[in-house]
Design a binder for this molecule. Structure first.
Ligand code: 13P
Length: 615
């Protein structure tokens, strides 16, 4: 096994995704956005915060995942079982401010000089990465070591911060067997790996690379570290230069924050030409569209109204209130919600049922266009309800037949997202693994069909509230269902940045004696989501599932209080937003304004519950 000793500095990178609406950005003449961070009493908000180890830990991770025995000089940090472990390691903090597709960096301090500690056993290579800050003394010690250990070679990643004119740096360059650089000012005649904004070159080979359309915002520094360590690792394992560059490109483009790929995964991705072509064509068009739609749907402070009850569900609702269940009444009922003043202030999207998507607002526009004019995105429920499995009392969701054609039509009508609900009852014998598996496979197939038609899928696995289960059972089963779902979505290569999860809150069943308090629900829901939902997902929205109107709001507040999360989180209620309005309307349009007020009251309360600790 190849052995590499890396010299560099461990960073702690804290990624803060800034909230565009509540920060004041200024655009300069070069179209660069600036954020005024002056200490004038103003505050700055962010959607999510992710902290990762950066700097030399990236080099360590990449080389370890390539099957190389790598360690960092003078630090106890290791990469073990897929994890970077950095106990008692001195780190340098960097705050990475992310806004749209840009990052900028706020450094608390400059990194200290890197440590050199002669290894007990001679490595094949010493690798100085671009996080290293080399003092003259360390340079001298490394060169002394190289002179003693004739089989050890030196690779050196030189970037803009490396002072190439300093004599000790010149000396290291002269002793290097391989140079990697991302700075044009490195003018040495040596053959070296050159990384530029969109290319990687080595020995006359050249591949393009780009981080455009990537949901994870990697800094230039981190992506270059990934590329450099990948090329270096591949070359010392004996890969051809061209292949080393392809592996590096694949690793940079497919890596997530603090999660690069194994060599075998990268090799498979490169070998699979079809996969590459597919990924490329998606990348250029549809990925961008669905990611933008998903981002808009998850706008901070807004929720998604579910107004998509099927014919059967609306019939039950109307019947319970003696309201005639005919097309006109159904239209008038939906019209109340869509025409509520300031709807667009609280709602980013509305989920419609097929019939509603074909009906018109009072101004003659169809509802989809009417909502669009108000800045609200229309979505459509595309599943066709639950049916029993042949040999059990459990259910699966139907509607895959002809789905692609229906999605095409809905897209043409103006719908930009869709919803599919799978429902699981938690009893002493369900949900079975079979029912979970089958429903998640169907959800993933639906999500794939949606993304192929540029429609954002909302995947909704609902553990139904009606039951006598405990909150602990809910934690277990919601976790199981989410694991299975994200596994199936990965198999279908779903772009998670263009996909939204709609899920139940985690609480005890409605018929359980010991009901969960909001504090318990907030804590359990946050825990389950953090453990089972990948960071790349565009967002998480909650259904109300039969909770009372106030319970749904209080529990949403409790979840918010456990944030921030890696993804935006909001509400997507049907009953908990609409029920008071239905009661006020009573099927009589003379009560429409009263119904609108009742609806707006719920919107305001739930929007308030999206703000932390808003009592
Ligand atoms: P509830 O909020 O009434 O549970 O409805 C949400 C939904 O869309 C269920 O599919």
């Amino acid at each position: 096994m190849k052995k590499v000793l890396i010299v560099g500095n461990v960073f702690k990178d804290v990624y803060l995704r800034l909230d565009n609406r509540s920060n004041h950005f200024e655009t300069d003449q070069n179209d660069i956005k600036w954020l005024d961070l002056s200490f004038n009493g103003s505050k700055h908000n962010y959607y999510s915060r992710v902290s990762i180890y950066g700097g030399v830990s990236i080099s360590l991770e990449v080389l370890s995942r390539f099957g190389i025995n790598a360690s960092i000089s003078g630090t106890p940090a290791t990469f073990l079982d897929g994890q970077f472990i950095a106990k008692d390691v001195q780190t340098t903090y960097r705050y990475i401010l992310c806004q749209d597709n840009n990052t900028s960096i706020l450094k608390a301090s400059e990194p200290a000089y890197s440590i050199w500690e002669a290894p007990a056993e001679a490595p094949d290579w010493i690798y100085l990465d671009s996080s290293a800050v080399i003092s003259p003394k360390v340079a001298e010690e490394i060169i002394n070591y190289l002179n003693l250990s004739q089989d050890t070679k030196l690779a050196y990643f030189i970037d803009n911060h490396t002072n190439q004119n300093a004599p000790h740096i010149q000396n290291l360059i002269n002793h290097s067997a391989l140079i990697i650089t991302n700075t044009k000012s490195f003018a040495d005649s040596k053959d070296c790996v050159r990384i530029s904004k969109n290319h990687i070159e080595y020995l006359g080979r050249n591949v393009g690379w780009s981080l455009d359309n990537k949901s994870d915002l990697m800094t230039k520094f981190s992506s270059h570290l990934t590329i450099a360590a990948s090329v270096f690792g591949a070359l010392i394992l004996g890969k051809e230069p061209g292949e080393a560059l392809l592996l590096a490109r694949e690793n940079a483009e497919s890596s997530k924050l603090s999660n690069t790929s194994n060599l075998s995964t990268l090799e498979k991705a490169i070998a699979d030409d079809y996969y590459r072509v597919e990924k490329k064509s998606n990348r250029s068009t549809s990925n961008m569209e669905i990611e933008n739609t998903a981002k808009k749907l998850m706008t901070l402070g807004k929720g998604i109204l579910a107004a998509d009850e099927s014919g059967g569900s609306i019939h039950k609702k109307f019947e319970s209130m003696n309201i005639p269940d005919d097309e006109q009444h159904r239209r008038n009922y939906r019209n109340i919600f869509f025409t509520t003043p300031e709807l667009e202030k609280y709602v980013s999207g509305v989920i419609l049922f097929d019939e509603t998507a074909r009906q018109s607002a009072d101004d003659g526009n169809n509802f989809i266009n009417y909502l669009k004019n108000r800045g609200v995105i229309s979505g459509i429920k595309v599943d066709q309800g639950l049916v029993n499995f042949d040999d059990s009392d459990e259910k699966y969701t139907q509607g895959l037949d002809g789905l692609s054609n229906r999605l095409k039509e809905y897209y043409d009508m103006g719908a930009r997202f869709a919803k599919w609900r799978a429902a699981f009852e938690l009893t002493d014998h369900s949900p079975s693994q079979m029912a979970i598996q089958k429903n998640c496979e169907i959800l993933a197939q639906y999500a794939k069909d949606c993304q192929e038609e540029n429609i954002v899928p909302i995947v909704e696995p609902e553990l139904v509230y009606d039951g006598d289960y405990t909150i602990e059972q809910n934690i277990e089963y919601t976790g199981k269902i989410l694991d299975c779902l994200f596994n199936e979505l990965a198999k279908q290569k779903i772009n998670l940045a263009g996909c939204i999860l709609k899920v139940n809150m985690v609480l005890a069943g409605k018929r359980q004696e010991k009901q969960s308090t909001p504090a318990e629900v907030g804590h359990a829901t946050a825990q389950v989501l953090r453990q089972h939902v990948p960071h790349e997902l565009a967002g998480v929205v909650f259904l109300s599932g039969g909770q009372s109107v106030t319970q749904a709001t209080e529990n949403l507040q409790a979840v918010t209080n456990n944030g921030p999360f890696p993804w935006p989180v909001t509400f997507s209620y049907a009953r908990a937003l609409q029920d008071p309005a239905l009661k006020a309307w009573k099927g009589n349009d003379a009560n429409a304004d009263e119904a609108r007020n009742a609806f707006k009251e719920r919107l305001i309360a739930n929007a308030r519950a999206l703000k932390k600790n808003a009592d």
